[in-house]
Design a binder for this molecule. Structure first.
Ligand code: UDP
Length: 323
């Protein structure tokens, strides 16, 4: 039986991964480490499983007597306004967090990292293959997140090269869905939260910038396959995302159409906002045959809206409780 550690397991994507991990019958403990900086204990409150242990700690400072068979590193904010407010903490969670986690990995164990399409920066090619080296501004306002992810990829993949550590790196493209915080600051959650509160949807710039919006269940399916896969012989990062590219304005208009009376206003473009972003999924399809994003945004947004309505998503999130 295995001991598993998931850093960031009370977060949006992390909590969905906890649900999946606890369906496995080969583990005797799943330790979730989360500082509750952007994660919420409520995201895993529904779980009644003796194998789950929740520890409130920054990943960089987490100590344990265990060595773990599998480690999942999802401890990072992902929302631009959040990481731009606390850039040092963002670099630290990703990079120093990964250094700490490597120390807790059993010899022969596996470490999985949630990297990001942000490693490509404002891309000059479309779609984005993993071989594209990116165009990140290393001193720009997004640099703490982008370079934090890039350097953590380097650290982990070099630990594979030098010490043979089993490393899985997913470059996750935009994700939305239930358990996003209403105050997270991302497009879909902001649009829904504003519309439900009777406020206008605010589109940064003209809204013609594009993203490839992945519904959380689809993305976590992809992560599950990539992270659990035995006989994995690929070394390097793998894109995980939806390759249907849609403009921000189209998403805004769709949300506005679901909630009568909603208006759309435009403000200044966000700083260094990428103009486009779409994954090339050739490698992903080869490594994860049969996997693809199945939920179109038209349906995923309705499901997310229903969740926000049922979970009081229009209210400011209250302080998370201590564990
Ligand atoms: N966006 C927007 N209004 C908002 C939040 C985001 O127009 O209230 C835009 C943002 O400028 C970007 C896109 O939506 O072009 C996606 O932003 P998000 O923060 O969700 O993700 P990321 O920028 O990391 O792709």
């Amino acid at each position: 039986m295995k001991k598993l550690l998931l850093a960031g397991g009370a977060g949006f994507i992390g909590s969905h991964l906890v649900d999946r991990l606890l369906k496995r019958n080969d583990l005797d403990v799943l330790v979730v480490v989360d500082s509750l900086w952007t994660g919420r204990a409520e995201n895993i409150d529904h779980i009644r499983d003796q194998r789950l242990v929740l520890v409130r700690s920054e990943v960089e400072h987490f100590k344990s007597d265990f060595q773990f068979d599998e480690i999942f590193h999802l401890a990072s904010p992902a929302s631009p306004p959040v990481y731009m407010r606390e850039p040092e903490r963002t670099v630290s969670a990703n990079l120093i967090g990964a250094m700490r986690l490597l120390k807790l990995l059993k010899k022969g164990g596996r470490i999985c990292f949630a990297s990001s399409s942000e490693v490509y920066g404002n891309p000059l090619v479309n779609p984005l293959p993993e071989t594209y080296r990116g165009s990140v501004d290393c001193t720009g306002p997004r640099s703490s997140y982008d370079e934090g992810k890039r350097c953590t990829e380097a650290l982990l993949l070099e630990s594979n090269r030098v010490r043979g550590v089993d490393v899985r790196v997913a470059r996750i493209f935009n994700v939305y869905g239930p358990r996003t915080r209403a105050d997270d600051g991302r497009a879909v959650s902001n649009f829904i939260a504003n519309a439900l509160a009777g406020k206008p949807i605010v589109v940064h710039g003209d809204g013609l910038q594009t993203r490839s919006w992945g519904y959380v269940d689809d993305i976590v399916d992809g992560l599950e396959r990539l992270f659990w896969l035995e006989n994995f012989n690929h070394v390097g990062a793998v894109n995980v995302g939806n390759d249907r590219e849609i403009s921000v304005l189209e998403i805004a208009q769709y949300v506005a159409g679901l909630i009568p009376g909603t208006t759309i206003v435009h403000d200044e473009p966000a700083p260094q906002d990428p103009t486009n972003r779409r994954p090339d999924l050739t490698l992903c399809r080869r490594i994860l045959p049969g996997w693809s994003c199945k939920v179109p945004y038209e349906e995923g947004i309705v499901r997310t809206l229903r969740w926000f309505e049922a979970n009081g998503g229009i209210a400011e999130m209250t302080a998370t409780h201590a564990i």
